[in-house]
Write a protein that binds this ligand. Structure first.
Ligand code: ARG
Length: 477
């Protein structure tokens, strides 16, 4: 519930009433307010205030009763907010002043002491970091679920053969499991990036106060420990004004979305009648209101589209910070909505994909037929000739001519007779047909990172261990 009337609180009752002889203009109050969106950080704001009050008591700036009243009051407010009973007021501008004002209404004078030795500038910077830290952990959990789904899918399809593409032209046969494990690698790097960003997010600005620190003998180590921060912002000017961490997060999120869009694109292509490589369960698709035959891959399409938001928010945040002089500026209030939108978009897309990926139904027959159409084993034939002593360039030339003949005859390389094939090189023996099979081609790429089914199986096993390690680190962080 948000009260948008400007007469709450009455003029003169605002947090800076003392210096002002006029009440804030109604439009200005609304224009400068952030409470409609920053109330999302209410729990973090309360946690920060409880830690601050605990520290203030420790250094003798609050007595025991005052501190307890503050903690009890804030706990009550947290309940009111979670039950939807809290009266948010735009006139109180933001989440910080709304909560502080309610606290004073509840507990009286002790509430007015809470802001000792801090400012909204370090308070808001602390809140965003606490909020983002939590969100990163939730995103990492989703990524973990997605990656584990990929491992399961890859494991089932180490022997499912599909065309591997370069330039979207059939290149060489690959295992579908190998393809899925390529996605896994992308996601693994994204997870690592998020974890690395989390370290820089998890630094505490509290204690920077407005910009220069405070005259009270605050114990920043104590608040940092209470709030679970890994480190403390070393410079107060930087502490209140740094938003690099949000930009870095949006950049890591953009890379993640870029990867999801590539996967989306592949699923969309594969689902088309022209490819027919996969089916997606009906519950992830929608139909057309006019064309009765349609089954559209809406989820991957929307994920591909939502990439635009995250890239856009990254640009918004970069542009927001460009040219800002030290230290805090009101501009910074504009950091929240782009950041929230990045997080919401990422979590929606990861949730959709972690549900969808394990449900992909590959169509081995269609994949195989497509692979057989594209002369995908031409490189295998060239490699065969090299093993028999022909320099690679000459082998390339000979196989190119053999493909030319097959194209002319409208058949695959393996459909040519021994006589036809050996005409291109005397080094071609009767055993050539073994290496022209799709299975032979796959099995021959038997080294770390190759597409041989046993290598894919090993990659899945290593993937499980790596995923486990990632989870353990994420949880201990
Ligand atoms: N609502 C403000 C923000 O989001 C909080 C800090 C305001 N500080 C100030 N000095 N006006 O950035």
């Amino acid at each position: 519930m948000t009260d948008t009337s400007s007469n709450s609180p009455k003029s003169g009752a605002s947090m800076w009433g003392g210096r002002f002889s006029q009440a804030t203009d109604a439009f200005v109050a609304e224009f400068t307010a952030s409470v409609t969106f920053d109330q999302r950080m209410a729990n973090q704001d309360i946690a920060g205030s409880i830690a601050h009050a605990t520290m203030l008591e420790h250094i003798g700036c609050l007595n025991f009763d005052e501190k307890n009243a503050i903690v009890d009051g804030l706990t009550q407010i947290r309940g009111e907010i979670s039950r939807g009973e809290f009266q948010w007021s735009v006139a109180l501008e933001d989440v910080h002043m709304n909560i502080e004002s309610r606290l004073t209404a509840l507990i009286g004078d002790a509430g007015k002491k809470l802001h000792t030795g801090r400012s909204r500038n370090d308070q808001v910077a602390t809140d965003i970091r606490l909020w983002l830290r939590e969100q990163i952990d939730a995103l990492l959990k989703l990524l973990h679920r997605l990656m584990s789904g990929m491992l399961g899918l890859a494991e089932q399809h180490t022997n499912t053969i599909m065309p591997g593409f370069t330039h979207l032209q059939t290149a060489q046969p690959v295992s579908f499991g190998h393809h899925v494990m390529a996605w896994f690698e992308m996601m693994m790097r994204d997870a690592q990036r998020l974890k690395e960003v989390r370290v820089r997010v998890n630094q505490m600005p509290l204690g920077s106060a407005a910009l220069a620190g405070t005259t009270f003998p605050i114990d920043r180590h104590m608040t940092a420990e209470l709030l679970g921060f890994e480190g403390i912002c070393e410079n107060s000017l930087d502490g209140v004004s740094d938003r690099d961490f949000a930009i870095e997060f949006a950049a890591a999120g953009s890379l993640l979305m870029m990867h999801l869009s590539r996967m989306s694109e592949e699923m969309i292509l594969w689902m088309s009648a022209q490819f027919g490589f996969v089916k997606l369960p009906d519950r992830f698709c929608t139909g057309s209101s006019i064309m009765p035959q349609k089954k559209n891959p809406d989820v991957p399409e929307l994920v591909r589209g939502k990439c635009a938001r995250v890239f856009g928010q990254l640009t918004t945040l970069l542009t927001l910070m460009k040219n800002q002089p030290l230290a805090y500026n009101k501009d910074n209030q504009e950091d929240k909505e782009p950041l929230f939108d990045c997080v919401d978009t990422l979590s929606g897309c990861l949730l959709a994909f972690s549900d969808l990926i394990p449900e992909i139904e590959p169509q081995p027959k269609a994949m195989r037929e497509a692979t057989l159409k594209g002369y995908a084993t031409a490189t295998d034939l060239a490699d065969y000739l090299v093993r028999r002593g022909l320099p690679f360039r000459d082998a390339h030339e000979a196989v190119g001519s053999a493909v030319g003949l097959a194209v002319e005859l409208g058949c695959d390389l393996s459909d040519l007779s021994f006589e036809q094939l050996s005409a291109f090189s005397p080094m071609i023996g009767e055993d050539v047909f073994e290496i022209l099979t799709l299975e032979g081609s796959l099995a021959a790429r038997d080294h770390l990172g190759g597409t041989a089914p046993n290598q894919v199986t090993a990659a899945v096993a290593r993937g499980r261990t790596r995923l486990e390690a990632l989870k353990l680190n994420g949880e201990s962080a």
